[in-house]
Write a protein that binds this ligand. Sequence first.
Ligand SMILES: N[C@@H](CCOP(=O)(O)O)C(=O)O
Length: 332
Amino acid sequence: MILYIKKTNIILSTGMTVLVSQVNRLRKMNKPLVGVGCASTGDTSAALSAYCAAAGIPSIVFLPANKISMAQLVQPIANGAFVLSMDTDFDGCMKLIREITSELPIYLANSLNSLRLEGQKTAAIEILQQFDWEVPDWVIIPGGNLGNIYAFYKGFKMCEELGLVDRIPRLVCAQAANANPLYLNYKSGWKNFTPVKATTTFASAIQIGDPVSIDRAVYALKNSDGIVEEATEEELMDEMAAADATGMFVCPHTGVALVALRKLRERGVIGRSDRTVVVSTAHGLKFSQAKIDYHSKAIEGMGCKFANPPVEVKAEYGAVMDVLTKYLSNVS
Ligand SMILES: N[C@@H](CCOP(=O)(O)O)C(=O)O
């Protein structure tokens, strides 16, 4: 089997490389598959188009117009995908691609496809390997369409069943408060799931109100003594900025997961010495505009308490000396 592994700066690439490799094999066996398609909030489409381009397979992506960052939009465009930008949200795109792929010989690449999950579960194995097969106490994962939370569970469970480890970590799924159907379901004691209308969030890749992997996610959380947390827009942007200020450069979804970590630590659920892994799902550079808006304090209704705007100063010795002296007197 040929695996098309390339860097796309997205965690779910491990699942897409497995799926595209299988489609490639099926096409070589003359199966009538004209291409691979997905609905996306910007990351899945990037991974799909990259691996399909490498394999010479047409890729078709359905994107919600004006709801993903420019950097996310340009990835499938540059990789030669057939990009349909639609006047709907992700859930609308998802519904449409499911209907279309049931009519046309286009292989559906969203995470309801188990090939994706088989690839994505390897992230759990990597975590264990990097911890020298010592199981972390917690793994916190941002959640939108909810394939990842199940894939991590599957990976950890497989390692337990193989006897590589003797337990699995407790999983935490972190959602944006503006797109929180799983959180609401968890808070209701896992009563009947109700989709929500997801509203705009800086964590745009998880702006999903009707996740396709809801049942699998609930299963994973119930079987890992899991927790669901949520983050408001202000919380997630502040947490992202705070993480960046330590030398990282994280995406807003990682900000959501870090808010969950902070809240669970503050409540004493996650203990001081618990080993906790926070999964970062995409590269922060794909969300530069959100960071620029935050640091310019240009976000309406948001305090942006960690904003670090550039200082405009005349290109003159005296002026530069003044601002620098003032700055240096405030830093230790
Ligand atoms: N966040 C995803 C949404 C699609 O989810 P998937 O789990 O079906 O791949 C994206 O970036 O497109």
